[in-house]
Design a protein around this ligand. Structure first.
Ligand code: PMT
Length: 414
């Protein structure tokens, strides 16, 4: 791993009062190990979980914890810290801290910096799983995401309180990678990425069609993440109601056959292909030219035929890109997803459970399992933008590994 991915970057690390604060000295080590300069801002409650002395030792810089400390303010007050930061990361972020930020409160040094900064702000939530799933917290997370604040994690698993579920702070190395990703790593500079997104519509007649619930949110977020990684991006999308991410070339299509043709037209010379679209597997054999009339009490039978498998056709190309599929399943079944990966000849497949309305189709959040032939890695519930950034890091790493091993499929996940 490069040791300078955060060279020249100033990070304000906000620490609030959660048990996961004991991991922050290691988080500082991970960030400074990448060349970042870290200044710690602690809330009053944070002092109960980790000492300022330890954090001062690992950052080599004074700790800030008081909006009203004149001595510290003279050296570097909240406005100076807000200007100095290239990124503000709050880890752990308690439910209370998130609630205050969601409401724009600025009653201590950390929340004041968050309002005063123009740098990206990211939160690594850590709390009891019931607190994380409480309607109020969900509402605050949605508000924070809408305000452009990144929410990283939390992960699932055993909790300090003895319960099990979502609410664990992401591990320091995962947070370090998210910070790296935030700065637009440029890891895909000079690379071309082609994606599909949204649903397809299969005409029955001029007014009716077969389709599905895909909103395009996940595919558009993936396109933005690929662009942020430095790639030149072509996004081939079915009918959705979303603005085009800046800097992304958009191609609009309606049916699976049109999407297939557009992909074939744009895929040559692309390095990575990502199929996020929910492509209709079948289409009516005959699309009627005129609107089908209701005839008495008789039913209506539609004869369907298979659509082309767009992604499998890309994987079969003589010079194929690195190919990533998405698998929408109503039971998050890794073995089934891996079967799909093998059948379609993919390098990686991203499994999401579309039976849960909080994630998957048309939701702002998702939770996915990244599956390769030899491993899998779970990414817990997060905004689709966050999931996409994390996915782009995994995809890029696997793409680069495949190139250096001369074509062997990635074995790094899991
Ligand atoms: O758009 P959102 O509302 O944000 O929802 C996102 C999503 C749930 C649609 C997305 O995350 C997702 O799971 N997309 C894949 C949906 C899907 O069609 O899954 P599948 O298991 O049927 O297909 C597997 C892969 O084959 C996919 O990459 C799909 O694009 C591709 N495929 C499928 C059929 C076909 N004829 N051609 C294809 O290329």
């Amino acid at each position: 791993m490069s040791a300078v991915r955060l060279a020249g970057k100033n990070i304000v690390l906000g620490i609030t009062g959660g048990i996961a604060a004991y991991k922050t000295p290691e988080l500082v080590r991970q960030l400074t190990g990448e060349g970042a300069t870290v200044t710690v801002v602690m809330t009053r409650a944070a002092h109960r979980f980790v000492t300022a002395t330890t954090l001062q030792a690992v950052t080599g810089r004074p700790i800030h914890d008081d909006l009203w400390d004149e001595g510290a303010t003279a050296a570097m007050g909240h406005i100076e810290l807000a200007r100095w930061a290239h990124c503000v990361l709050i880890a752990p972020a308690t439910a209370h801290c998130m609630a205050r930020l969601a409401h724009g409160m600025a009653d201590d040094l950390l929340t004041t910096i968050c309002l005063a900064t123009t740098a990206p702000v990211a939160l690594a939530p850590a709390m009891n799983q019931q607190m994380w799933q409480h309607t109020t917290t969900r509402r605050n997370v949605a508000q924070l995401s809408a305000d452009g604040i990144a929410v990283w994690g939390p992960g699932d698993g055993a909790q300090a309180c003895g319960e099990f579920g979502p609410g664990r702070m992401l591990e320091p190395d995962a947070l370090r990678d998210r910070v790296v990703g935030l700065f637009g790593t440029g890891v895909l500079t000079g690379r071309r990425v082609v994606l599909t997104a949204g649903p397809t519509r299969e005409a029955i007649d001029p007014v009716r069609y077969i389709s599905n619930h895909s909103s395009g949110k996940q595919g558009f977020a993936m396109a933005a993440a690929a662009r942020d990684a430095g790639a030149s991006v072509t996004l081939i999308t079915g009918p959705v109601n979303l603005p085009t991410p800046a800097g992304v070339q958009r191609v609009d299509v309606s049916s699976a056959q049109q999407m297939h043709a557009a992909v074939q037209a744009h895929v040559a010379g692309c390095d990575i292909f990502i199929g996020v679209a929910a492509v209709a597997d079948y289409r009516p054999v005959h699309a009627e030219v005129n609107k089908i009339k209701k005839e008495g009490d008789a039913g209506l039978s539609l004869q369907l035929e298979q659509n082309p498998d767009i992604i499998a056709a890309v994987a079969r190309l003589a010079v194929a890109p690195f190919v990533v599929g998405f698998a929408a399943e109503t039971l998050a079944n890794v073995a089934r997803a891996r079967g799909k990966l093998i059948r379609k000849g993919l390098d990686m497949i991203v499994l999401n459970d579309v039976s849960d309305s909080r994630i998957g189709f048309n939701s702002d959040d998702n939770a996915v399992t990244v599956v390769t032939r030899n491993g899998e890695e779970h990414l817990g519930v997060a905004a689709k933008a966050e999931i996409s950034r994390a996915l782009m890091l995994l995809i890029t790493a696997a793409f680069q590994a495949k190139r250096t091993t001369g074509g062997a499929v990635d074995q790094n996940v899991g």
